[in-house]
Ligand binder design. Structure first.
Ligand code: CP
Length: 328
């Protein structure tokens, strides 16, 4: 497989002959090179085929143990990691904060050290603190995969978003991608900005001024609080969830007003290109950041993102584990 070939070499670099990732962990999108991103996307493309078989299983991670350590709620990420692990024949187990000894006061570091004493190969971590996965990578010898850390990054979400975009668009270079909503609290936005700018997309971020992260322009994006400007001629519109659970103050007067100014309606969508795709990482606040008839409408690829999550996470686990065979 030739990573760059899948994008005609236009997606941020020449064709590569990489077969593995440099890092033992996947902590941040910023740790990846363009070649590695294309390797992951191409590997995910191959993994998709496994999901079409009558017996959806390959032996690639047979004998490997993967722990899914989730300290925050999750539907899509946790489930797709577990399905991915099972399709790769890994021994997968799930630990949630509510049913672990964390409720008795055990620290994250002690929890990780105790899990590690049972010799897992990979630990997939979601945590409310930015940097939690980096901390675990420093103290654990297991390979760590970031499944979302606080307001920092969600690299596998951004990678599955890229896989979905690539299914619909011939190249990332020059593509106008509008990322709209609660920018301040969004780890999905941060990981997507890193990867999309790396591959040459024209990235616009749009949200209320109160939710515009300081210095965002330095990330190579166009920042605006005009939804019309962001959506005008967009090839891809990625709507973000309002993260009420991370807000301690008032960032906008009311949800109704937020929808008026920053919600994606059919009327607003008409400003985009005729072949626009509409994305959302989920879960949706219907009627707030996105109207139901847009979320369920013909331009929406939201459920394709969810499907792609399984193949993408199979690819990440396979490459992180460092195996080179067993996908037959
Ligand atoms: N996109 C995403 O991270 O969804 P979950 O919180 O359900 O995992």
């Amino acid at each position: 497989m030739t990573p760059g070939a899948a994008d005609g070499g236009a997606a941020g670099g020449a064709a590569s002959h990489l077969s593995r990732l440099r890092s033992r962990h996947l902590l941040s999108a910023a740790d990846l090179t363009a070649e590695e991103v294309l390797l992951i996307l191409d590997t995910a493309g191959a993994m998709r085929e496994v999901g079409t078989r009558p017996i959806k299983k390959v032996p690639a991670l047979r004998g490997k143990t993967v722990v899914n350590l989730f300290f925050e709620p999750s539907t899509r990420t946790r489930t797709s990691f577990e399905i991915a692990e099972k399709r790769l024949s890994a021994d997968a187990l799930n630990i949630s904060a509510a049913t672990s000894s964390l409720v008795k006061g055990e620290t994250l570091a002690d929890t990780a050290r105790n899990l590690e004493a049972m010799a897992p190969d990979i630990i997939v971590v979601r945590h409310q603190a930015s940097g939690a996965c980096h901390m675990l990578a420093d103290i654990c010898s297991s390979r760590i995969v970031n499944a979302g850390d606080g307001m920092h990054e969600h690299p596998t979400q951004a990678l599955l978003d890229l896989l979905t975009i690539r299914d619909h668009k011939s190249t990332f270079a020059g593509l106008k991608v509008a990322i709209v909503g609660d920018l301040l609290h969004s780890r999905v936005m941060r990981s997507n900005v890193v990867l999309l700018t790396m591959l040459g997309a024209d990235v616009w971020v749009c949200g209320p001024p109160t939710m515009m992260p300081a210095g965002i322009g330095r990330l190579g994006v166009t920042a605006t609080s005009s939804l019309d400007a962001a959506v005008d001629g967009a090839d891809v519109i990625m709507m973000l969830r309002i993260q009420l659970e991370r807000m301690s103050g008032h960032f906008f007067p009311s949800l109704r007003e937020y929808h008026e100014l920053f919600g994606l309606s059919r009327a607003r969508l008409a400003r985009a290109r005729p072949d626009v795709i509409v994305m959302h990482p989920g879960p949706l606040n219907r009627g707030v950041e996105i109207a139901s008839d847009v979320a369920d409408g013909p331009y929406s690829v939201i459920l394709e993102q969810v499907s792609n999550g399984v193949a993408l996470r199979m690819a990440v686990l396979y490459l992180i584990a460092g195996v080179t065979e067993g996908v037959d």
